[in-house]
Write a protein that binds this ligand. Sequence first.
Ligand code: SAM
Ligand code: FES
Length: 372
Amino acid sequence: MRRPETLSLQVPAALRQPVTSLEEAESLSQQLRRFNRPQLAWLIEQATPEAEAALRQAAGLLREHYYGRKVYLRGLIEFSNVCQNDCFYCGIRRSNPSVRRYRLSEAQILDCCRQGYALGYRTFVLQSGEDPAYPAPRLARLVTEIRRRYPAAALTLSVGELSAADYRLLRQAGADRYLLRHETADAGHYASLHPADQTLQRRLSCLRELRAAGFQVGSGFMVGTPGQTADCLAQDLLFLQELQPQMIGIGPFIPQHDTPLSQAEPGRLRQTLLMLSLLRLLFPKALLPATTAVGTLHPLGRELALSAGANVLMPNLSPQEYRKDYALYDNKICTGDEAAECRACLQKRVESAGFTIDTSRGDPVDWEETKL
Ligand code: SAM
Ligand code: FES
């Protein structure tokens, strides 16, 4: 990529030396927030090891300022792998006949919550494919019941694209948060990863509707999907600055053997960590998970992600017998462990990386609940 002419004036000097104080980190954060698309793309593509280290140090200082060395836990319940969508990258897409489909009943989901609550989790994330057998009214009844049983816990949904009325219903029922990654903010790239009936436009309107319904909104993208350029990633950062989500989930793309993208290269660890540091600098108060995908790419991927700026982990609470069937990508980690084993393993990993687990709900530092 050609070096943008104005950039030499704007590349922060801080990127050429260690960042050692909060003031320096804040100043870098402010400068990055003024970067335009070619400048961000240039930085993503050309960052030297020194610049990456400076970004990581600055990200660490900002995370520490707002959240200390705390890592929040979210108990993830993958309650159905039935999906009516057909994303080219995803192992549970509807065109994959090799998936053993499952759907947990309300009683099974409530049992996962019971176990998770006993293990100290104060956020449950209910995630699934886009499963027509779990329409919004059915989900809303389940949300109400979980809130009744566990009023101290936050509830996050991640069930895909619904109507604005459905989102309002789920929010009224008591769901606090909603995760819907935008996947990529580049319309051409989005079209290359999805069939024609799944559009970026629809995805973005869902995100706006989630915000209007009063959810804490999580968005995000994969790093290293086939055909993704540094310019695509720059667009992701600019789009997120417009949306200002409370949570941003990113992870490397990892191929799944039964999908059209089975032969593609996985995303790179180094680029994923760089994007995490940039996100912490651009969104100092955001909740950023160290995802299972980054842990799948590298044995210490989640610890490295925490050091790059992440502050959330999402251990799996799904019943063990179904874990392997929620195979979005190959070699997914933590599919063999019981919920209690996952909890103990994460505690060790978090502490070995110099962080501490926080068992509160883990809301964003500046979150003010809107009245329902
Ligand atoms: N159906 C809901 C939705 O679409 O938001 C939630 C489940 S969806 C499978 C969760 C996320 O998994 C997607 O947003 C996508 O970013 C990620 N994912 C799917 N396939 C992946 C792959 N091959 N590698 C890495 N991440 C993947
Ligand atoms: Fe299910 Fe993409 S394949 S949401």
